[in-house]
Design a protein around this ligand. Structure first.
Ligand code: BMA
Length: 322
C-alpha cells in the first residue's frame, strides 16, 4: 500500500469531483537543460518514493522518454539523458521517436509502454527492474496505434492491454480496443471496448478517445480514466473522463461518464505548444485513504496534478453514465 501519495484537500469553495493542485504545473517545460516541453508522463511508487518515465521533447522537437525520481511525487529529478534501451525479448527494433509513456508493476518488474515510431506510430513495450537498466521488447502491434495501456495484473492468465488504432497523422477518429498476450510478445484476441460518443449525448468525447493511466481495480470493476476529444473550429480539445469496466471481462463497459471530470480551464492548459489539452498518463492511489492523484500533460507543454476521492469518482461515473 502506497502511503505517501501527493495530496491536497479539495478547496472549500470547490464542489468538483476532481480538483487541481494549487501549485500546478509541477514540472515546467525547461525542467531539463535540453527540453522544450515535459508532459504526458507516467509515475509509479518506487523504493521509498516514486519513479517515473517522462516525455521530454527537446529543442529540435525530437520526442523521447527519460527516467526520473521523486521523494514526494511532486518535486522531480529527471535524468538529463534519454533512456537507453537494450534488447529485451527480441533484437533491437527501430524507434524514430518515443512519446506518451505509461508504467506499471506486474509480478516482478516495471513494464513501460509508449507510442513508438516504427514506420509511423505504434505501441512500444519495455521493462526495467530498477529504473537504471531498460530493455525494449517487440512492438505490440502494427502501425498505426497509440495509447497502449497495460492492466496492472494478468486477466484470466494473460497480460491485457488497451490501445487505440489510429492513422499516421493527427487521427480524426479513434476507439479503445483490448488485446491479450500470453508472454508480452504476441498479442491477439482483439476486442472493441469503447467507441466515441454520439455528439448530441456528450460532445467532448465525440471525435476520439484513448486510455489514460493504468486502470485501477475497485469493488465496482476497473476504473479507467481516459481522454476524450472534440473537434472545434480551433482544432482538437482534449478532456478527461472515466469508465468502469467489468473486472473479469474488461471489454464490457458498465458505466462511462457523460460529463467530463476535468477539461482545459486553467491558463497552463489553455495555452502552450498545443492549446486546450489535458492528457492523463498516470495515477497514484491509496484505497484505504480514498485518495487518487492524477498526473496529466497540459497543453503539450508542462505536467500537472489533480486529485480526487476514489469512492466519489466511482459514484460519479455510476450516477452520470452515458
Ligand atoms: C495526441 C498525442 C499526444 C498529444 C495530443 C494533443 O495525438 O500526440 O501526445 O498530447 O495529441 O496534441
Amino acid at each position: 500500500m502506497v502511503t505517501n501519495i501527493p495530496w491536497q484537500e479539495r478547496p472549500e469553495e470547490s464542489n468538483e469531483i476532481m480538483w487541481r493542485y494549487g501549485k500546478n504545473p509541477i514540472i515546467n517545460r525547461y525542467a531539463i537543460p535540453t527540453s522544450n516541453s515535459v508532459f504526458n508522463s507516467a509515475v509509479v511508487p518506487f523504493g521509498e518514493g516514486f519513479a517515473g518515465v517522462f516525455r521530454c521533447d527537446n529543442r529540435a522537437v525530437q520526442m523521447n522518454i527519460f527516467a526520473g525520481f521523486s521523494k514526494n511525487g511532486i518535486d522531480w529529478e529527471i535524468n538529463p539523458y534519454p533512456i537507453a534501451f537494450k534488447a529485451g525479448n527480441t533484437q533491437m527494433i527501430e524507434s524514430d521517436y518515443k512519446y506518451d509513456p505509461r508504467v506499471t508493476f506486474i509480478e516482478d518488474r516495471y513494464w513501460i509502454t509508449w507510442c513508438n515510431g516504427y514506420h509511423g506510430p505504434t505501441i512500444g513495450i519495455g521493462y526495467t527492474f530498477d529504473f537504471k537498466e531498460f530493455y525494449q521488447c517487440e512492438n505490440a502491434f502494427l502501425p498505426f496505434n497509440r495509447n497502449g495501456v497495460l492492466f496492472p495484473q494478468k486477466i484470466n492468465g494473460k497480460y491485457a492491454m488497451l490501445s487505440r488504432p489510429s492513422d499516421n497523422g493527427h487521427t480524426p477518429f479513434g476507439d479503445i480496443y483490448i488485446s491479450y498476450s500470453p508472454d508480452m510478445k504476441y498479442w491477439g484476441e482483439h476486442r472493441c471496448v469503447m467507441k466515441v460518443s454520439d455528439f448530441k449525448e456528450s460532445a467532448w468525447q465525440s471525435t476520439k478517445i484513448g486510455a489514460g493511466p493504468i486502470p485501477i481495480l475497485t469493488s465496482e470493476g476497473w476504473l479507467l480514466i481516459y481522454h476524450g476529444v472534440i473537434t472545434t473550429c480551433n482544432g482538437f480539445r482534449y478532456s478527461i473522463g472515466a469508465a468502469l469496466l467489468d473486472t473479469d471481462n474488461p471489454a464490457r463497459v458498465n458505466y462511462r461518464t457523460q460529463p467530463y471530470l476535468l477539461a482545459p480551464a486553467d491558463l497552463y492548459e489553455l495555452t502552450g505548444d498545443v492549446p486546450n489539452v489535458v492528457f492523463p498518463c498516470a495515477a497514484l492511489h491509496n484505497e484505504k485513504e480514498d485518495k487518487l492523484a492524477l498526473y496529466y500533460g497540459a497543453a503539450d507543454t508542462v505536467t500537472a496534478l489533480a486529485f480526487g476521492r476514489l469512492s466519489e469518482i466511482v459514484e460519479f461515473v455510476k450516477n452520470n453514465s452515458l
